[in-house]
Design a protein around this ligand. Sequence first.
Ligand code: NI
Ligand code: MN
Length: 225
Amino acid sequence: MKLIYHGHTFLEIETGKQRILIDPFITGNIHCKIKPADIKCDYIILTHAHGDHYGDVLQIAEKNDATVIGIFELVNILSSKGVKKIHPMNIGGGFNFPFGRVKLTIAHHSSSTPEGVYAGDPAGVLLTSEGKTIYHSGDTGLFYDMKLIGEMNRIDYAFLPIGDDFTMGIDDAVKAAEFVNAEYVVPIHYDTFDIIKANPLEFKKKVESIGKKCIVMEFGKTLEC
Ligand code: NI
Ligand code: MN
């Protein structure tokens, strides 16, 4: 499996069988080096409907005839906007897709579309494929149930926001890293906008000080796992 980080919370996952995008925020994402028209994918998972996660989903879904996976209310809004293939889910539920299993977790945040329409609850994503498990927390504050997520899943890579203001800041994300107990932690959701400036190297240092491993992914770079 290959993981490509396009900045913010946009992650591209390439398995032997299929390509999956999480939160395809391209237009307005200063760290993203690709264009919506260049993207190839089979599935798109949205953690929630805010513009910096929803991103270019309509264009990408249409061009690739991709299935959009997400919270019931959100994917139904997408369906009403013309997205042909949706897969509704809700918190705590999992489903076995051809590429692997997706389970949605809680996330303490909010969720409305760029037009301001309520889009159900925000979510985090547990994705298991080819023997590896990824936890993408979505936008969230720190919550104690991350400990349960860590106890019930052997997580290889945990993608956690560190930008503060809208989500956890560095110190709360370090506590989250302790709770989810992943093999590697990767900081996300920082430096895209002025109000979420954060130093990923400070996060890495603090994560390492509690005996955990952290990878600061360069924007656009691929991680082989
Ligand atoms: Ni958000
Ligand atoms: Mn966000």
